[in-house]
Design a protein around this ligand. Structure first.
Ligand code: EPZ
Length: 432
């Protein structure tokens, strides 16, 4: 298995181009298969999760191929309603194809997502929504089996903000008969990007990004060309890389409004942020100050940046309190402790006492964002850090070590290089 070898400490300085948003691309690749025509998706990040999703759609008969800048998706040959377990088990977002299959074929057999590095992640809201749309659901042998001669618009209250549920129900409802009202949907920018893409395909979706989404079902969707929004979590990760190394980095191709909560927290901790039309510069001339943070659904502080932010706070001056309200994301704390961090976890709260320095150590990525956090810590630590489980990081960060090296990091990838297909055969259950 490959690992990232980092020697520190190193200030990061320079500029980095942010890729397309993984969590937008995963939903929109599935949405493109809703049309029995070809679509072209621009700015799709080439990471492992995208690779897995294209493989799953190919297994269902959809034609998917990269050509230059664009990912082409042609749903005209969608034929199978059975999602293969060996692929679906690797990625929770594979559950999105349930909405696609119910809408296009009226039947779906999708593996239930298993246990995960982020704790329990049920899909009960998805199932309730499909039932409200008229689907009969049974849970058998680890699969959700759903069928519906036709889907009918409904009113659906989602118990708590859920990106996956909102995505799945938007897909299923876009060609249902009648109007569907989603109350308390997720407001993440990726949900808005999905609605914009579906509407460009002929769907009639209003209110994405607000507390109520109205979907007037249409007969069928057509092909489109859509550009994926920049990845706010990747952008936040690089901003935190600048912060933890007390460097100065210009992020290009960002939507700063998508990063409001993390940017405010970074300023509170002492970073100097200057914003341009679609770029932002973060400068950190001296040691950061401790801050408290609590994760929440958008527009709150994003759970996906909690772990990289914690890594930065291990070196801040003072004591920080972090409350994680979405997932169980503290499993990587022991890895940070191996580097000298002073952390205490009590249920959903972590107490981070800033230390004057970290030391490099061999550590293991427990999940995608924990892996990124450990890379950040390694760039600030004294000595050499080896981050194992780099295929976790490859799930959500395109060309990570290349982009960091361009910013002055001393980082290289060692161990057996595997192409994604080979890697996919080796990976254990990965779900974020
Ligand atoms: C999406 O996961 C993202 N993944 C996650 O990013 C992100 O952390 C999360 O949204 C933030 O909410 C993708 O977009 C592919 P949820 P998702 O449904 O949809 C509970 C990354 O690192 N819930 O919004 O799985 C759930 O347990 C990944 O890029 C139910 O109880 O998350 C959680 O506590 C990690 N029942 C909360 O809702 C359900 O049926 C929010 O989960 C569904 C969700």
């Amino acid at each position: 298995m490959a690992k990232l070898v980092i020697s520190g400490p190193n200030k990061l300085e320079g500029e980095v181009l942010i890729s397309g948003a993984k969590n937008s691309a995963l939903a929109i690749i599935v949405a493109a298969a809703m049309a029995p025509e070809e679509s072209v998706l621009i700015n799709v990040p080439r990471n492992l999760d995208v690779f897995f999703m294209t493989k799953i759609l190919e297994e269902l008969g959809v034609k998917v191929w990269f050509d230059g800048d664009g990912l082409h998706v042609d749903g005209s040959t969608l034929s199978s309603h059975q999602v293969p377990y060996n692929l679906a088990r690797r990625m929770r977002a594979s559950f999105y194809v349930a909405g696609l299959l119910l809408a296009r074929l009226g039947v779906a057999e999708v593996p239930l997502p298993g246990g995960c590095a982020l704790g329990s992640r049920p899909v009960d809201y998805h199932i309730k929504g499909f039932q409200n749309l008229g689907a009969q659901i049974s849970i058998e042998h680890g699969y959700m089996k759903a069928q519906a001669a036709s889907l009918s618009g409904c009113k659906n209250y989602i118990n708590r903000s859920s990106v996956g549920t909102t995505v799945n129900l938007m897909l299923a409802a876009s060609t249902a008969e009648g109007t569907t009202i989603l109350e308390n949907p997720a407001k993440e920018p990726e949900v808005v990007d999905l609605a914009i893409c579906l509407n460009s395909m002929g769907a009639r979706i209003r209110g994405a990004g607000t507390d109520v989404i109205r979907i007037d079902g249409v007969k069928r969707l057509r092909g489109t060309e859509h550009t994926i929004i920049p990845d706010r979590i990747e952008a936040g990760t690089y901003a935190l890389a600048a912060a933890i190394t007390q460097g100065r980095v210009l992020l290009r191709n960002v939507v700063t409004d998508h990063l409001r909560a993390p940017l405010l927290k970074l300023e509170e901790a002492g970073a100097i942020i200057s914003e341009g039309p679609n770029e932002l510069e973060i400068a950190v001339p001296q040691r950061m100050q401790a801050v408290d943070l609590e994760t929440a659904a958008y527009p709150g502080f994003p759970t996906d940046l909690q772990q990289p932010f914690m890594a930065m706070l291990t070196l801040a001056e003072g004591t920080s309190v972090i409350r994680e309200t979405i997932f169980d994301r503290f499993r990587f704390v022991d890895e940070l402790r191996r580097m000298g961090a002073d952390l205490k976890v009590e249920r959903d709260t972590a107490i981070v006492r800033g230390v004057s320095g970290l030391t490099g150590a061999p550590v293991e990525a427990t999940d995608l964002r924990a892996g990124a956090a450990l890379v950040l810590a390694g760039m600030a630590a004294e000595g050499t850090t080896e981050v194992g489980g780099v295929e976790m990081i490859d799930r959500g960060y395109e060309r990570l070590e290349e982009k960091l090296r361009a910013l002055g990091a001393k980082i290289s990838r060692e161990g057996d290089e595997k192409d994604p297909e080979e890697l996919a055969r080796e990976l254990d259950y990965l779900c974020p």
